[in-house]
Design a protein around this ligand. Structure first.
Ligand code: BES
Ligand code: MN
Ligand code: ZN
Length: 496
């Protein structure tokens, strides 16, 4: 995707501007063309006649004498300063609706640099198509837009210079997450996940860019004592892996560990999931994809932050070698876990990775990202992810970054009284506890493996990682890429 900032719009091409609605019983329509002056009276009458509303996700295309096409994208309620996420979604809806065209121009309200950034980012994020497994019908869908220009009076300002390249990087690595999530388990298992990330690391410049990658195979995992990853992976013909990426800048201001759940498919194991909707469990590696992509994005942005990224990868299958209910495994570092439910597998692979990641000295914080519980979706719905933590300051900083990046995250507690429900009569811990508040119980389980005193945040993205309904804003159907942008923003803010 090519992104350019301009301070004049060439007539002729396709122009996207905003449409908002005012207050009242019959809310008036307001055209928002940002820093571009347009004669709007006649267009407003046409828009009214066709029943335009200016609501988010509405995109209206009208022929125009001045432009090849004039496109109105809904901004919602009129405002002197639109929320950055309203701009991001409006530009994303527009690029989605304009697939099949190469180049489009935007002129939306950009009163500050973040607004310019939001418009550019939304445009890039909306331009996505997953066609890899189309056979005979490949090419039948409209191709994504390849070039966008953003009209703004900031075009020549030095502070705006990095906006296009940053938007490109955000788009590229969000798409990496989406592609990995959308790739079915027939084509994505632990080894092919590793191969995809190896390629992405090489494309990002590899060691020249400060990136290093290392992998533990199933034999090494077993002999070194990674009982969580081994236990979850042992039921599958596709063996597990532990993937590690490190990004070391020349000078680092902070050092973070990222850990992501990488279950390339979750059948539930011997606690087999019901068939209806099981295909969505190809998204159970969304956390691993997000932390790997975020690490590469942080390296591409050359941020002065060291990242240690860990992705425990396994396929949770049903077979005669699968872990049975009641089996006891030993997590890396020695804690034993009674596996009462082999469908609570994410926390087992994460426990290994959290202990391993925690061996690193000088960490400032640890963040894990996981499609961990159905309870997350019940509690917060399909679009809002949860944050649990042992450190309020870390959670606050992460939530601020998430809100700036336009991702919905909400703080959730880790109530002490639920901890005892994870006690086991035969092992140090059981892998399930009290059913009510299941998302919090999963968080409490993970907390047991975090080093004392280390600020840690746990992100449960079970619902938001995978969009099973229609596309909206800049979010396509299928893999969404969630958490990638918030992690990058979190790292950017940590440089300040
Ligand atoms: N991968 C699932 C969680 C999930 C559910 C992700 C829905 C995305 C959408 C996880 O491994 C799981 O099966 N969790 C169980 C835990 C339970 C057995 C304690 C669940 O939530 O039912
Ligand atoms: Mn499961
Ligand atoms: Zn799972």
């Amino acid at each position: 995707m090519k992104v350019t900032l301009v301070d004049d719009v060439a007539s002729k091409g396709i122009l996207v501007i905003g449409l908002a609605f005012g207050e009242g019983k019959k809310p008036p329509l307001v055209i928002e063309s940002g820093d571009l002056v347009l004669e709007t009276k006649p267009i407003l009458d046409s828009l009214k006649a066709m029943g335009a509303t200016g609501k988010a996700d509405e995109v209206i295309k009208i022929p125009s004498s001045g432009f090849q096409l004039l496109v109105f994208t809904g901004l919602g309620k009129v405002s002197r300063k639109y929320p950055h996420e309203a701009l991001r979604r409006a530009s994303g809806s527009a690029t989605r609706a304009l697939a099949g065209n190469d180049a489009i121009a935007f002129s939306l309200p950009t009163p500050d640099l973040q607004s310019v950034s939001a418009v550019a980012e939304g445009a890039v994020l909306g331009a996505y198509l997953f066609e890899e497994f189309k056979g005979k019908t490949k090419g039948e869908q409209n191709s994504p837009v390849t070039s966008v220009t953003v009209h703004t009076s900031f075009a020549k300002s030095p502070e705006a210079k990095s906006i296009p390249s940053r938007a490109k990087i955000i788009g590229e690595y969000t798409d990496l997450v989406r592609n990995l999530v959308n790739t079915p388990a027939s084509h994505l298992h632990p080894i092919s996940f590793v191969d995809a990330i190896k390629k992405a690391v090489a494309d990002a410049g590899g060691e020249k860019s400060g990136l290093k990658i290392s992998i533990l195979n199933e034999k090494q995992l077993k002999t070194q004592g990674f009982g969580g990853i081994t236990g979850v992976g042992q039921g599958s013909a596709n063996p597990p892996r532990l993937l590690h990426i490190s990004y070391t800048p020349k000078k680092a201001k902070k050092k973070f560990a990222f850990i992501g759940k990488g279950i390339t498919f979750d059948t539930g194991g011997l606690n087999l999931k019901p068939g209806l909707g099981m295909e969505a469990m190809k998204s159970d590696m969304g956390g691993a994809a997000a932390i790997c992509a975020a690490t590469l994005a942080i390296a591409s942005l050359k941020l002065p932050i060291t990242i240690q990224a860990w992705a425990p990868l396994a396929e949770n299958m049903v077979s005669d070698t699968a872990t049975r209910p009641g089996d006891i495994i030993t997590i890396f570092g020695g804690k034993t876990v009674e596996v009462l439910n082999p469908d609570a597998e994410g926390r087992l692979v994460l426990a290994d990775a959290i202990v391993k990641a925690g061996e690193e000295s000088g960490l400032d914080a640890m963040i894990d990202v996981a499609t961990l519980t159905g309870a997350q979706v019940i509690a917060l719905g399909t679009r809002t992810s949860a944050v649990m933590t042992n450190d309020e300051a870390l959670s606050t900083a992460f939530l601020a970054a998430a809100s700036e990046s336009g991702e919905l995250f909400w703080p959730m507690p880790l109530p002490e009284e639920l901890r005892a429900s994870l006690d086991s009569p035969v092992a140090d811990l059981a892998n399930i506890g009290e059913r009510m508040g299941g998302m919090l119980v999963a968080g409490l389980f993970l907390r047991e493996f975090v080093p004392n005193q280390l600020p840690w945040a746990h992100l449960d993205i079970a619902g938001p990682a995978y969009n099973e309904t229609g596309a909206f804003g800049y979010t396509p159907t299928g893999g969404t890429g969630v958490a990638m942008r918030s992690l990058v923003r979190f790292a950017e803010n940590a440089c300040k």
